[in-house]
Design a protein around this ligand. Structure first.
Ligand code: FE2
Length: 380
């Protein structure tokens, strides 16, 4: 894929404890199974500034499904809906609602990625297969991860088309401007009670990841909610997968609410990076995206906690953008309300100014905001 920079396969090692048997070059795409891909595509264009890229459906020879591919910066979304009843996609939507089915990972060798991971105990999803058209070839393979989510390994070094064979260029008249989203920063999985360590071990053993940080229920608890979280990352740090599990609290935690409505483990949020969070969030709000808000008291002493920042505090306060600092710098972040009718998936917008962490200092303010929302749903 020409828009992704494939010049340097010798990537600097960000996480020295991770192993290198599975070099991952980045997130290739995220595929959601949705009830109505045509309308979902319009939402991600109109509200989120994604650009139309490719399409597959009846017109390209598919009989049972349709997919729209959208892109912004290096972020690619694939939105897939069934065209007939009773199939695998229908069952996924029936169980989970709209949700992430595939976290696709960009690799140099999809057959090797499959062999290395399956040999280490991954459950096979897709044996390596080569697909081609007059733009070249793509090799795909895949393994299962938590819940019904899968990883597809995508090898595209011999392909120069828009997305992959089987898709045609999608070039509609409607092309709203983008909102400055650049790349996938991290993708978070929610798993069931006492399953966090199992899935962290999966990423360590099967994919060679190492743990970056962990948070326990003392870090992440409010009066009601509690959860545990560990962040797993690959060697070059381009792939970061925090894994959350519920912990005991006085009332139902946000992770339990997710598991109940998603009907199992799955992707809780994707964090999309921007270089200018004030501009990006202003655009998103103007286009109808709804964000969690924190009490304005959050801003009264936030600079005492995080020190000097380059941005004016006023627009951050007006937009509800949160600030946190670690040893290496600071970060700015904000979270949408759930973007679906089921209170399952949401999206984080993040701007890193040196910080490599995930906003631990904001957890309490954030989770109190989530609880206020849970309360309106009667699920706290
Ligand atoms: Fe996050």
């Amino acid at each position: 894929m020409s828009t992704l920079d494939n010049t340097s396969l010798q990537l600097p090692k960000e996480n020295p404890e991770a192993e290198d048997f599975l070099p991952l070059l980045g997130t290739d795409y995220i595929e959601l199974y949705v009830g109505n891909a045509k309308q979902a595509a319009h939402y991600y264009m109109a509200a989120w500034g994604f650009q139309p890229l490719a399409y597959a459906g009846l017109e390209t020879g598919l009989k049972d499904r349709v997919s729209y591919v959208l892109q912004q910066g290096k972020i690619r979304l694939v939105l897939t809906s069934p065209l007939k009843p009773g199939g695998e996609i229908n069952k996924h939507i029936d169980a989970h609602g709209d949700g992430v089915k595939v976290i696709a990972l960009w690799v140099d060798d999809a057959a090797k990625s499959y062999k290395e991971t399956v040999d280490r105990g991954a459950k096979a999803y897709l044996a390596p297969k080569t697909i081609g058209d007059n733009e070249g070839e793509v090799v795909l393979s895949g393994i299962h991860t938590y819940g019904e989510t899968v990883h597809i390994f995508v090898e595209r070094k011999n392909y120069k088309g828009a997305f992959m064979p089987g898709y045609q260029v999608w070039n509609p008249f409607y092309r709203p401007s983008d909102v400055g989203l650049k790349y996938v920063d991290h993708i978070v999985g929610n798993v069931g009670w006492n399953e966090m360590n199992k899935w962290c071990e999966f990423y360590a053993k099967v994919m060679g990841f190492a743990q970056l940080v962990s948070f326990d229920d003392k870090d992440i608890s409010t009066e009601y909610t509690a959860l545990m979280s560990k962040v797993m990352s690959n060697g070059n740090g381009r792939i970061k997968f925090p894994i959350n599990e519920p912990a005991d609290g006085r009332k139902k935690s946000q992770i339990e609410e997710y598991i109940e409505f998603y009907n199992g483990a799955g992707v809780q949020h994707m964090a999309l990076a921007t270089d200018n969070i004030i501009e990006t969030v202003t655009s998103l709000k103007n286009r109808g995206v709804e964000f969690l808000t924190v009490p304005s008291s959050y801003y009264d002493d936030v600079l005492d906690r995080v020190g000097h920042i380059d941005e004016d505090l006023l627009p951050l306060r007006e937009l509800g953008i949160l600030i946190d600092r670690d040893d290496e710098g600071y970060l700015l972040q904000i979270f949408t309300k759930p973007i679906l009718d089921r209170p399952t998936m949401f999206i984080e917008i993040i701007q890193r100014k040196g910080a490599k962490s995930f906003g631990k200092g904001n957890f309490k303010a954030l989770f109190e905001a989530i609880e206020r929302e849970q309360k309106t749903r009667g699920t706290l």
